[in-house]
Design a protein around this ligand. Structure first.
Ligand code: 5AD
Ligand code: SF4
Length: 424
């Protein structure tokens, strides 16, 4: 979502005549889009901002702005801590960036725009996407779940869904511009439709988009197990353009911790959901997020997380050390798992997942897969890289003219992160 918001902000500014530059020193405006999901992300932003102090002293006319979740959360206090910052623009106000920048130019610094009632409505400049063949599309903003550790509902506000005609129109425009694959975005995408008139669900949106000529692949993130319906799983299995890949964070394998996290499901419920989905879609891949070291997490709780990871055999996982976020319910609990224990548990899960990913990827050797060619491979500029429908990364031989095309590739080698293949 942050990547897309940055892209949309850039599009708006380019429409106004702004151009991107390659170095900070060459810029008239420096905007940092921020995340506040963990302390580490915030520390990085403050360190970047600190580094801009000298430049701002030398060139006071340069505008420095902070956008996104951290701007929404810290608001005015950013000016106190970093007086050389000119603009603090929250998660719902970036559509007004051109006018905010003009305001600073004409009336001076310290503009605060963190209005919570503003509804994001950005007219998308389709021409400014980084890739013509692939696009993110926000379908629901905000989150009403209030998992006890999470700051997102506080900084991104209540859930607001866009209508199906609005989304279809945007996707149609993207497809006309050559887009083949879209990824629908929502912090909690399974509740898409809540609040819209008529009983609209994510399944209805997927069905509508599946009918668009020229569109080849549809992905959606992020799924919440408690809001993931069996009906949606059936719809997903039925629609040929919907990629058989789920990013559905489990967060923990311990029912005690899941309850304290206020996730609204048990590990058993999660297992049953995946079993049902795999029954309908045998080759479906699943990715997850896990938090280690949540308050009160014992060795036994952690063992249950290890067990869940071993049983489900995820394609890949993002693993995070718990970071207390002021204002959340969990921040009232003692952060009682020592950092070295968090680190050790993090390492253990990373190692375990690496082994599983390698074993699962090796099963792909000898198979023919459909790949959307995305560009030249970072590790070998003579080769291309792309993704399968199940979201495997594939490196294969091929020339640049294939970028943006769907090609068949025969897999001959696999690591834990990458499949290697030859163009069929
Ligand atoms: N500490 C650590 N990880 C967190 N996440 C969300 N909040 C926190 C927190 N306070 C993780 C969750 C979520 C992902 C985006 O970030 O795993 O799925
Ligand atoms: Fe945060 Fe996701 Fe829970 Fe919403 S569903 S509160 S975004 S972890």
């Amino acid at each position: 979502m942050n990547k897309l918001d940055a892209e949309l902000s850039l599009g708006l500014l380019q429409e106004e005549g702004y151009k991107t530059v390659d170095t900070v020193e060459g810029a008239d405006v420096i905007l940092i889009n921020t995340c506040s999901v963990r302390q580490h992300a915030e520390d990085k932003v403050y360190s970047h901002l600190g580094a801009l102090k000298a430049l701002k002293k030398k060139h006071p006319e340069v505008i420095v702005g902070v956008l996104g979740c951290m701007a929404q959360k810290d608001g005015e206090s950013i000016f106190k801590r970093m007086p050389h910052v000119d603009l603090v623009c929250g998660t719902r106000m970036f559509s007004r960036l051109p006018e905010l920048l003009l305001n600073i130019k004409n009336h001076g610094s310290h503009v605060l725009a963190i209005d919570e009632d503003h509804i994001v409505n950005v007219k998308r400049a389709v021409t400014y996407r980084p890739n013509f063949y692939q696009a993110f599309v926000t379908v629901i903003r905000g989150c009403d779940n209030f998992c006890s550790y999470c700051i997102v509902p506080y900084v991104r506000g209540r859930e607001i869904s866009r209508t199906i005609p609005d989304i279809t129109q945007e996707v149609q425009a993207l497809v006309s511009g050559g887009c083949k694959e879209i990824t629908l975005l929502g912090q909690n995408i399974n509740t898409y439709g809540k609040g819209l008139s008529g009983d609209i669900t994510l399944g209805d949106l997927l069905s509508a988009l599946n009918d668009l000529d020229g569109l080849e692949r549809i992905r959606f993130v992020t799924s919440h197990p408690a809001d993931m319906s069996r009906d949606l799983i059936r719809t997903m299995s039925r629609l040929e353009k919907v990629c058989k890949h789920l990013h559905m964070p489990a967060q923990s394998g311990s029912d005690r911790i899941l309850s304290s996290m206020k996730r609204g499901y048990t590990a058993g419920y999660y297992r049953d959901l995946i079993a049902y989905a795999r029954e309908l879609m045998p080759h479906m891949s699943v990715a997850s997020d896990f938090i280690v070291g949540f308050p009160g997490e014992t060795d036994e709780d952690f063992r249950e997380t290890v067990q869940l990871m071993e049983d489900i055999r995820f394609q890949n996982c993002f693993i995070f050390k718990y970071s207390p976020r002021t204002g959340t319910k969990a921040a009232e609990l003692e952060d009682d798992v020592a950092d070295e224990v968090k680190r050790a548990r993090n390492m253990r899960l990373l190692e375990l997942q690496k082994g599983i990913s390698l074993e699962e990827n090796r099963k792909m050797i000898g198979r023919m897969v459909e790949v959307l060619a995305e560009g030249t491979s970072k590790s070998d500029s003579n080769k291309l890289t792309g993704r399968t429908r199940q979201n495997h990364i594939v490196v294969f031989n091929g020339s640049r003219e294939l970028v943006g095309k769907l090609v068949n590739v025969l897999i001959y080698e696999a690591t834990d992160l990458t499949l290697h293949g030859t163009l069929a």
